[in-house]
Design a protein around this ligand. Structure first.
Ligand SMILES: Nc1nc2c(ncn2[C@@H]2O[C@@H]3COP(=O)(O)O[C@H]4[C@@H](O)[C@H](n5cnc6c(=O)[nH]c(N)nc65)O[C@@H]4COP(=O)(O)O[C@H]3[C@H]2O)c(=O)[nH]1
Length: 858
């Protein structure tokens, strides 16, 4: 770019302009001076001519006047032939009139012999004054020439210090033939006019020559001069005058306005130049600013290009018909396609616009309105034919006329982003372990299904599934095995459903199914059966065969159902009921289940407060030795004195306490209360029930030890009753705890023997001190089978050297039977019901050895 500079401008414009102005002024001045000089010279020249003419006129005038007097018969007769001085002196002849009339100061008559015979000096005729003495130089030659020449001889001669115009001519008859007369016989008349200041002043007046005067030298000239030379060439000085100076006058006239004009012009030129210079400086500043802007613009463009290409993949442009007309170099780098092959195709020919994209409507509107748009999702095939996704953003190009000329925009390849998004969406909606839909997707599907009309809704069933004993698998075989099991369960569930159904893993071992069955509830029942059958089949995990069942709760959508949450809640309630019903089964939701559940929740709430509000009590039931009828001990049984419901039996709250984990706290409280109470009684043992839940807490042994220490009860006076379910859960851990408990010195009792799996192996492998035969066998003693069982358990105890206790002994017959069979201890209403500690203290105090007496009727 050409750089504009005000200094350059000064050099190029100011200096030449200033030079031109100065040169013009100079030329005008020179021209004026030359003209003035020329004018002056011409004036001098013409006045010189005038002066010369004046002199010549005077010469001719004196010659003419002289000739008038010399060529006159009277003069010839009286001055030549006969010298008549009186005639001569007579005024009017050659007398005073020569001076007074003609103004000649001197007049002489010289005889042929060369002698002055008559003279008139300043108008005074008189005695002859020698002319040659008066005018000593040059007069003789003049007289000689005048004597012979036809015309008077005229010339300037000096007389003293004065110059005189002198004329001489022969005095002849007017008719005389001058040539015929010998010169020597002629008399000569001489007139002399003094060239004095007065005469010159008169000439000056006549010829308009100012200050006409005689000056001795040219240097004393008044401006113009003509030399006066005598006939012999002697210098008589100069006739000088002040010539007119029209040039100088003109200059005088012109110079002031010229000077003013020049000054004004110079000032104007100066101002113009200054203004021009300032303008030039401003232009230079503007030019620099524009240059700076241009550089900034270039930088900005480069920056924009860098940013645009860094934040996107390529830049593109289309014409007004949406035909691609430009791709930046990155287009080929990213797509592998040659730009030339795509240019000319329309936007829609190259890109497949994703009209399914939710935002398409607004983009379509922007495109129709030829407005800016962003985030327009498109697909295209790259050079290798792979379908890729990109995002377009563009702004309209507006031409100089303000019309739409196409689009200019960026494209960003978002294929990996879209794939990652799809993966993330899948992850967000699916369970990572089983690949099944997760809770979120399940809710979405259920919500969508519920949006259908009432008819379709009524076909909808939700099944909630919970694996039975899954926790045990996890606890015993580890989480890896649990994971494999869950994956297998997922596959089996998938195999059970139809494509229109959705099976989801809600978390842990919870699954749920949305079933769309035309024929409900039959189809839900059928599906439940299929699932129960499929999931009950054994699983092979790490080479081990595992068995886990499943409990299923089913709820059907109804027209007036609240929604997905309500439906799922109902299915969950049904599932809870299925689990309560012994697992591996299914239950269909009924409204009463919800009521019961609410009641249970209310109870649970109350139970949480019970301990803190001292609503729990421990009642004691005596254990009697059959052999001697003595109280061998008491069983501590928890009671809940509910402020509204009265005394609540443990069968109503212990399972709830176990489900909620409250049993840990309640159990410890019962243990501590019973031990403290027993310590106050003489040598009686106290039996306390331990829940399987307490067993899973590692602090159990330490708690027992601490309670014994705190209450001071001797360990051998404490019996801990456990059920078979404790052993079922984790046999190894149970054995470890039992062994540790045994080491504290307490008795371990197997409670409710015969109700569970009653593996006889347990009795061998665990350190039990006592077996309690469940009261269901005792109450059923009339039956053959029960008799046999009771008999064999008693026998087993004896052979394993364990004490056998029979529970629920209510009748003397039962006592007799047990006595006969060798049962060592009994417990039952026949001997005493569970009673509060005070009552028990009284009972103990009044107890006799007689088996039939002292029974409490509490
Ligand atoms: N029909 C009949 N029943 C008799 C007779 N003699 C005693 N019973 C009842 O049989 C149950 C014996 O206790 P259990 O088998 O350990 O069974 C207990 C025990 O498993 C559990 N339980 C009670 N208190 C506690 C406790 O503090 N902790 C734990 N973990 N469980 C407890 O609750 C179960 C029920 O306790 P209870 O309702 O007190 O019921 C007691 C007792 O009242 C009889 O002649 N006929």
């Amino acid at each position: 770019m050409h750089e504009f500079s005000s200094k350059g401008f000064g050099r190029r414009v100011t200096l030449p302009m200033s030079g031109m102005v100065v040169a013009t002024v100079f030329l005008v001045l020179v021209f004026a001076l030359i003209s003035a000089h020329r004018q002056n010279s011409l004036a001098v020249e013409s006045s010189t001519q005038l002066a010369e003419t004046a002199i010549s006129v005077k010469e001719r005038e004196i010659a003419r006047n002289l000739k008038d007097y010399a060529v006159w018969e009277d003069a010839y007769r009286n001055l030549h032939e006969n010298l008549d001085l009186a005639w001569a002196a007579t005024d009017g002849n050659v007398g005073a009139n020569i001076y007074t009339g003609l103004g000649y100061e001197m007049a002489f008559v010289v005889s042929p012999e060369g002698k002055t015979v008559y003279a008139v000096m300043n108008g005074e005729p008189g005695a002859p004054v020698d002319a040659f003495a008066t005018i000593p130089t040059g007069l003789r030659e003049l007289v000689a020439r005048g004597a012979v020449d036809a015309e008077p001889a005229v010339g300037f001669l000096r007389s003293g210090s004065d110059a005189f115009l002198v004329a001489a001519t022969a005095i002849v008859l007017p008719s005389a033939d001058r040539a015929a007369l010998p010169p020597s016989s002629r008399s000569v008349l001489i007139f002399a006019k003094k060239f004095d200041a007065k005469f010159l002043a008169r000439i000056g007046e006549e010829y308009l020559l100012q200050n006409l005067r005689i000056v001795p030298s040219a240097t004393a000239s008044l401006g113009a001069a003509v030399p006066l030379r005598s006939l012999d060439g002697a210098d008589l000085g100069f006739v000088s005058w002040s010539p007119e100076k029209p040039g100088t006058d003109l200059l005088r006239f012109l110079l002031p306005p010229m000077a003013i004009s020049l000054v004004a012009f110079g000032l104007f030129a100066f101002l113009v130049l200054r203004h021009t210079k300032r303008s030039a400086a401003e232009i230079e500043t503007s030019a620099r600013t524009i240059e700076a802007y241009a550089r900034t613009l270039e930088d900005s463009e480069a920056r924009f290009r860098d940013v645009a290409e860094a934040s996107s993949d390529w830049i593109w442009e289309s014409d007004r018909d949406m035909r691609m007309v430009y791709f930046s170099a990155r287009f080929t780098e990213v797509t592998g396609l040659a730009a030339a092959g795509v240019l000319g195709r329309t936007l829609e020919q190259f890109f497949v616009i994703e009209r399914a994209d939710e935002a398409w409507q607004s983009r379509a509107q922007a495109l129709r309105a030829q407005e800016s748009f962003r985030d327009l999702r498109c697909r295209y095939h790259d050079a290798s034919g792979l379908l890729r996704v990109c995002r377009l953003a563009a702004r309209p190009i507006v031409d100089h006329a303000g019309s739409f000329a196409g689009y200019r925009g960026t494209a960003t390849d978002i294929t990996s982003e879209v794939e990652a998004q799809a993966r993330a969406t899948h992850l967000a909606l699916h369970d990572a372990l089983t690949g099944l839909p997760n809770r979120v997707l399940f809710h979405q599907r259920l919500g969508q299904a519920l949006e259908a009309d009432a008819d379709e809704r009524s076909r909808l069933a939700v099944l909630c599934l919970d694996l039975d004993h899954f926790k045990e698998v996890n606890d015993t075989l580890g989480h890896a095995a649990g994971d494999i099991l869950l994956q297998e369960v997922g596959q089996r569930l998938n195999a059970c459903i139809l494509p229109s159904d959705t099976v989801a893993r809600l978390g842990g071992d919870e699954f749920a199914i949305v079933q769309n069955g035309v024929n409900q509830p039959l189809e839900a029942n059928a599906l439940s059966r299929r699932i129960l059958e499929s999931l009950n089949r054994p699983y092979m995990v790490d080479g081990s065969e595992l068995h886990v069942g499943v409990s299923i709760g089913v709820a059907f959508a109804e027209a007036e159902n609240d929604g997905a949450d309500a439906l799922l809640k109902n299915a969950d309630i049904a599932l809870y009921r299925a689990k309560q019903s012994g697992r591996a089964t299914m239950r269909v939701f009924e409204p009463r289940m919800d009521i019961e559940l609410q009641a249970r929740k209310a109870l649970e709430y109350d139970l949480r407060q019970a301990l803190a509000r001292n609503q729990l009590e421990v009642h004691y039931q005596p254990l009697v030795e059959l052999e001697n009828g003595r109280i061998a001990g008491v069983e501590a049984l928890a009671r809940w004195r509910h402020p509204e419901h009265g005394l609540v039996p443990p069968s109503s709250f212990i399972p709830l306490a176990e489900d909620t984990g409250l049993i840990v706290g309640i159990g410890e409280w019962v243990l501590r209360t019973a031990c403290a109470q027993a310590a106050a009684w003489p040598e009686l043992r106290v039996a306390v029930n331990l829940s399987p839940i307490q067993f899973r807490h590692s602090e159990l042994v330490e708690t027992v030890r601490q309670v014994l220490v705190d209450t001071g009860l001797a360990p051998h006076r404490l019996e801990l009753e456990i059920t078979e379910s404790v052993l079922l859960h984790d046999a190894a851990a149970a054995r470890e705890i039992l062994t540790a408990l045994k080491e504290t010195g307490v008795f371990i009792v197997m409670d409710d023997f015969g109700t569970g799996y009653s593996s006889l192996g347990y009795l061998n492998s665990f350190p039990f001190d006592k077996i309690k035969i469940d009261k269901s066998f005792i109450s059923d003693l009339s039956a053959e089978k029960s008799n046999a069982i009771v008999r064999s358990v008693i026998g087993l105890g004896q052979s394993l050297n364990m004490i056998t206790t029979a529970e629920g002994v209510e009748t003397p017959e039962q006592v007799e039977f047990l006595l006969r069979e060798g049962c060592e201890q009994v417990q039952g209403y026949h001997f005493g019901r569970p009673i509060p500690a005070d009552a028990m203290t009284t009972l103990i105090g009044g107890w006799t050895n007689d088996l039939g007496e002292g029974r409490s009727a509490a």
